[in-house]
Design a protein around this ligand. Structure first.
Ligand SMILES: [Zn+2]
Length: 152
């Protein structure tokens, strides 16, 4: 007989200490603070690693200040370096950022590649990426759901 609950273990969240269900791999998202329990994120506590968008130490600092675990643009770029495909929303529109031989940035559902922006490196992306002429670095506070890209 399969018992759904048997697959999960309850542990205290590494960031906020509230109880969280984790699977056989020790992974699970905390409903309280949003931290994804993950051994690899604890091993390198100052770096951003999938599936979290901020480092472990930054997550603890944000939580102490009562702030959400929201990534800065630098955290987002660190995630891009780690995962190579990222996404975020701005004013209800979904955008994608993909790192291959260059960095490609544009509306997720825009299939006309001439409408995407292309950058040689992460610094150029950070300084020059824009949405309708507004620099991404200037509007980053209004960006929502910045995360690793999921299949749609
Ligand atoms: Zn938590």
């Amino acid at each position: 007989m399969s018992d759904y609950k048997a697959k999960f273990t309850v542990i205290p969240c590494a960031v906020c200490g509230q109880l969280v269900d984790v699977d056989n791999f020790g992974q699970g998202k905390c409903k309280h603070c949003g931290w994804h329990q993950s051994e690899s994120c604890l091993e390198d506590p100052d770096n951003v690693a999938y599936p979290n968008m901020v480092s472990f130490n930054k997550a603890k600092a944000l939580y102490k200040q009562g702030l959400p675990l929201k990534p800065s643009l630098d955290d987002f770029i660190a995630g891009l370096q780690y995962y190579t495909e990222m996404e975020f929303e701005y004013l209800g529109v979904l955008y994608g950022v993909i790192w291959t031989d260059c960095i490609q940035f544009g509306e997720y559902f825009e299939f006309d590649s001439t409408k995407w922006q292309y950058f040689d490196d992460f610094e150029e992306f950070k300084q020059k990426a824009h949405i309708g002429g507004k620099l991404l670095k200037d509007i980053w506070d209004d960006v929502t759901n910045a995360d690793y890209m999921i299949c749609r």
